[in-house]
Design a protein around this ligand. Sequence first.
Ligand code: E4P
Length: 218
Amino acid sequence: MKFFIDTANLSQIREAQDLGVLDGVTTNPSLMAKEGITGHQNVLNHYKAICEIVDDNVSAEVIATEYDEMIKEGEALAAIDSKIVVKIPMIKDGIKAIKYFSNKGIRTNCTLVFSAGQAILAAKAGATYLSPFIGRIDDMNWDGVELIHQISTIYAIQNFDTQILAASVRNSLQIVKCAEAGADVVTCPLSAILGLLKHPLTDLGLAQFLADHKKANS
Ligand code: E4P
């Protein structure tokens, strides 16, 4: 399973990259705005800066919602670096744009996915990644992880190549549950990745080992 970090914050991306387990980055217009990145050229420059930190898989989202504009914007994003994956919303023109980029060999991430039907459509269009937003589904009192499981079952039966990118993952338990449900990728904040480290018995055990070593060697 791949780990992507879900942020536009360069220092958090660097910290995750330094850990040695990072496979990519996802951003969205809200995350860019949170970092104060505004204006077309600044946004492009920021994507370039992210590409310089990580090895691959930098999702860059189009703002356009109309086909011709999506193609123009997506091509400009893809031209920044070969690490860019063009992120496209699950709307009618988005599906057409995914098909266009798929035919051109440009990788796509279909975003804002909330149902198995949408997952089938994105896979038919040739999306590289599919982003079901599991946290937002949980927020509505439905089961986000169950959707990952359902899509994983469908993609296996139908031999779809599209990779399931569990998005809107906000804590460490959701990472584990998504892995169990068949996600190919999870994208989450740095805190959720670092949370995987935590277990009180690890801390207690290490303290005991170090104390015993000190006693035996003093
Ligand atoms: C990533 O691709 C999504 O944009 C992101 O995970 C959404 O997360 P949120 O629901 O916590 O905003």
